[in-house]
Structures are given as structure tokens and as C-alpha cells.
Ligand binder design. Structure first.
Ligand code: GUN
Ligand code: FE
Length: 432
């Protein structure tokens, strides 16, 4: 399929810089951007053109850390700290996914809402239950999203209604990897998901490490998430040099897939060694780490030192799906960090836009996250953000979207070059 879209394009160039192109045309062939030009080149004069007038066109967002089963608890229990929130709300709720009918009800709503809010690429936590994880995997495949997902592992320090035997957990994970390998090509891929060090035994982690090598998959977990978590992890694994070292030594970082570490708020020198060595993605989830009072990641410092960073909603620790909400909160949180530490932590909108699009998208494919030739046309049209009698610049309009907008301002969504309707996808997922 060959067509063009006309709008004002905003695309990331680098951590520091946007490109803004007013009234430009994007030519899309079979889902890939073929040309970006101020005027439609003569050779395309007969192709259909969708003219979005003054609206903005931006790359779709990537969410590198979200808990699919926590959809139903977003905005609930937000006065708790991490461990109380896990024990009082999260574990009892997630345990319900042993019942596949619960998963069948919840997961289509989650996927619909992510698409509505413009997130087309995401790394998902799930639960320990094979059948619910399998159903979710197939729903993601059907939705057309780009995703990393799998089955969670937890065999320690967990309530007896939501805990696994390590051998069974490893065997079920291997079965999951074997049965899902290649089902949806580049769109949905498996990843190992040990919940975090405190809920995993060494035996479990070493078993998963073997699977990382055998199936060449990556890992997604929480690392130095809060001071309490970091201290507990050190106490439980004193023979390891750091939280990250546990994953390295147990073999979990040997696969080709991405290494996605949520939060990374209190990295030690040894954590930093591992992050660099394996090009791990540290995921900044400021809405969540404010809610659970874990702290604020040193994003600017880490970015300047060459660490790889992306953004995450961490729903339900976070209460907003929109990665645009996370961008606004990342700016706000960085200003608080700068205020209290009297340093240069402050992030700009351009910084957070880069993390939300190019940096996050790159984890899924090299050509995701920008509006440039050769990139996949995964894009959002933003409209309805201007006031009468006062004109905002394109970048101001994007900023207003992040602070004041919502899914109603996303007036068209293109995934692999096709316009999608989240409600229609929801109806299809309900039938799976
Ligand atoms: N650490 C372990 N489990 C969780 C979880 O579900 N959410 C967050 N934010 N942190 C965790
Ligand atoms: Fe999390």
C-alpha cells in the first residue's frame, strides 16, 4: 500500500534535539517511510494523500516497563509504599489470573487502552500463570503491537497463594519459550521475567540463566528499585557484588535479547559495570517511583555517561498509561531532583521525547521511533490542542499534549502503516 500523510512533523534527532517540519509530506509504502519532503515529489502525484492540516504527526510511544495484570488496580492503593503495596494490593490481585476467564476479561481492555494512548511498543510483566500468559501473548500477536513478554517467576518471599516451586517454574518457563518461539515474528517476542531478586531463589535464577543461553532470550526485571529493595537484595545475596551482578553471575544476561532493568535508582559502581557491559536498558518510571516513593532516577547523569535509558509507565505502580504523561512527570520529577540536590538533573521536553520515542523504539527494532526514511510508520496524529486567539508553536503544542492532553487528542493512529481502531481491536481480542 502506498499513500502519503501531510501534517507538521515532530521527530527526535538526539537526546537534545527535535526536528520540526511544518506542512511536510510523509510517503509510506508497505508500512515503511519512503520519503519525507516539504512538497509531494512529482512521482507520487497520483497517490492518496491524507491531509491533517495543522495537526502534529509524531512517532508512536514505547513503554519499556508495564505490568499487564495491574491494569485493574491502577490508581488504587497509591498511599502505600512498595512492600505494603505489593502485599496488600498487588499479590492478591495478580493471583486472580490463575483463572483464565479473569485474564480474558482484563487483557483486552489493557491492550485497547495502550493503543488508545499511543503506545504501540511495550515490555510487559505478566503473572506466574502459564495459561493467562499464553492468552496474553496471543492477544498481543493479534493486536499488531510490538512487545516483549513471557511468564513471571517468583519462588521466595511471596505469599503462599502466589508462589512457585523453582523446578516447576523453570520447566514451565522452558515450555513457554519453546511453544511461543517465532509465533509472531518480530512483533511479539519472549523474554525472561524474574520478578525481582527478593522473590527469586538462587536456584531459580540459575535455572533461568541456562534458559537465557539455550533460547537466546533477554531478561526484564526490577533492579535497585528503592533503598529498601536494594538493601534486602544485598542481605539475601551477600555473595554477589550488586543487584545486577546476581543476573550476570546466574547467566541471565548471556542471551541476545534485550536486558531491561526497571528503575535503577540507586546503582552502585558494580551495577554500572554490568549496565555498560550488556548495554542494559534502564527504565525510568517517574510516576510510579513517586507513587511508591522509591526515588528519582539520575536520568541526565546516566544519559551523559553513556547508559541506555527509556521510559516506562509501570502501571499499576504508575497510574497513567500515556507515555506523554510520563514525559511530563519526568520533567517535573527532574526539577524536584535538581532542586533538592542542587545539581543539573533538570530534563527538557526534547530529552524526554527522545527517550519516549527513539530510545524506547530502538529496543524493538532499529527503525522504530522516528519519522525518517526507512523507519516503520508507527505514528500518531495529535489535534485539538490549540486555543482560539492564541497560537502555540508546534513544540509548545506537543508540550501542551504532554501536560494537558489525553487520548482524545490522538485523532489517528498508524501501526505498520495501517490506520488502527483500538475499539475494533478490542472486539477481536475479546473473541480469543
Ligand atoms: N517490585 C517487585 N514487584 C513489583 C511490582 O509489581 N511493581 C513495582 N513497581 N515494583 C516491583
Ligand atoms: Fe514494575
Amino acid at each position: 500500500m502506498l499513500f502519503a500523510c501531510k501534517a507538521t512533523l515532530i521527530s527526535p534527532v538526539s537526546f537534545e534535539e527535535f526536528s520540526v517540519r511544518k506542512d511536510h509530506c510523509i510517503v509510506v509504502r508497505d508500512g515503511i517511510i519512503e520519503t519525507v519532503a516539504a512538497k509531494l515529489p512529482e512521482e507520487y502525484k497520483d497517490i492518496p494523500v491524507r491531509d491533517y492540516g495543522d495537526a502534529l504527526l509524531i512517532p508512536a510511544f514505547s513503554d519499556l516497563h508495564i505490568h499487564a495484570p495491574q491494569y485493574v488496580q491502577r490508581g488504587v492503593g497509591m498511599d502505600k509504599l512498595l512492600f505494603d503495596w505489593l502485599n496488600d494490593y498487588t499479590f492478591p490481585q495478580e493471583a486472580g489470573f490463575r483463572d483464565i476467564t479473569y485474564a480474558r476479561a482484563v487483557y483486552p481492555q489493557l491492550i485497547r487502552d495502550m493503543l488508545k494512548h499511543g503506545t504501540f511498543h511495550a515490555a510487559f510483566f505478566t503473572t506466574i500463570h502459564y495459561d493467562a500468559c499464553d492468552l496474553f501473548y496471543r492477544m498481543l500477536g493479534e493486536s499488531g503491537m510490538y512487545a516483549y513478554t513471557g511468564k513471571i517467576n517468583m519462588d521466595s518471599n511471596s505469599p503462599d497463594y502466589y508462589v512457585e516451586d523453582p523446578e516447576e517454574s523453570i520447566a514451565e518457563t522452558e515450555r513457554f519459550l519453546a511453544e511461543h518461539d517465532g509465533l509472531y515474528g518480530e512483533h511479539v517476542r519472549s523474554i525472561l521475567i524474574p520478578r525481582f531478586a527478593p522473590t527469586c531463589s538462587e536456584k531459580l535464577l540459575k535455572g533461568l540463566g541456562e534458559l537465557a543461553g539455550k533460547y537466546d532470550v533477554g531478561v526484564h526485571t526490577h533492579v535497585v528499585e528503592s533503598k529498601a529493595e536494594a538493601a534486602w537484595s544485598r542481605e539475601l545475596f551477600p555473595q554477589y557484588a550488586s543487584d545486577s551482578d546476581i543476573y550476570e553471575q546466574c547467566g541471565l544476561l548471556q542471551g541476545k535479547g534485550p536486558k531491561i532493568f526497571a528503575h535503577v535508582i540507586f546503582p552502585t559502581k558494580d551495577d554500572e559495570r554490568v549496565l555498560k557491559k550488556y548495554n542494559c536498558v534502564s527504565v525510568h518510571c517517574p510516576i510510579s517511583t513517586n507513587n511508591i516513593t522509591a526515588g528519582i532516577m539520575a536520568v541526565k547523569k546516566m544519559q551523559n555517561e553513556g547508559f541506555r535509558i527509556a521510559l516506562g509507565s509501570d502501571v499499576g505502580g504508575g497510574h497513567r498509561f500515556g507515555i506523554y504523561d510520563v514525559m511530563a512527570n519526568a520533567v517535573q520529577s527532574s526539577k524536584l531532583r535538581a532542586f533538592y540536590l542542587d545539581d543539573d538533573s533538570r530534563l527538557s521536553l526534547a530529552n524526554t521525547f527522545y527517550l519516549a520515542t527513539a530510545a524506547g523504539g530502538n529496543v524493538f527494532a532499529e527503525n522504530i521511533g522516528k519519522l525518517e526514511k526507512g523507519y516503520r510508520f508507527n505514528a500518531l496524529v495529535l489535534d485539538g490542542l490549540q486555543d482560539e486567539g492564541h497560537e502555540l508553536t508546534p513544540v509548545e503544542t506537543l508540550e501542551r499534549f504532554c501536560y494537558c492532553g489525553d487520548d482524545r487528542n490522538i485523532t489517528a493512529r498508524y501501526l505498520d502503516g495501517k490506520e488502527i481502531d483500538p475499539e475494533e481491536i478490542y472486539t477481536r481480542l475479546k473473541r480469543l
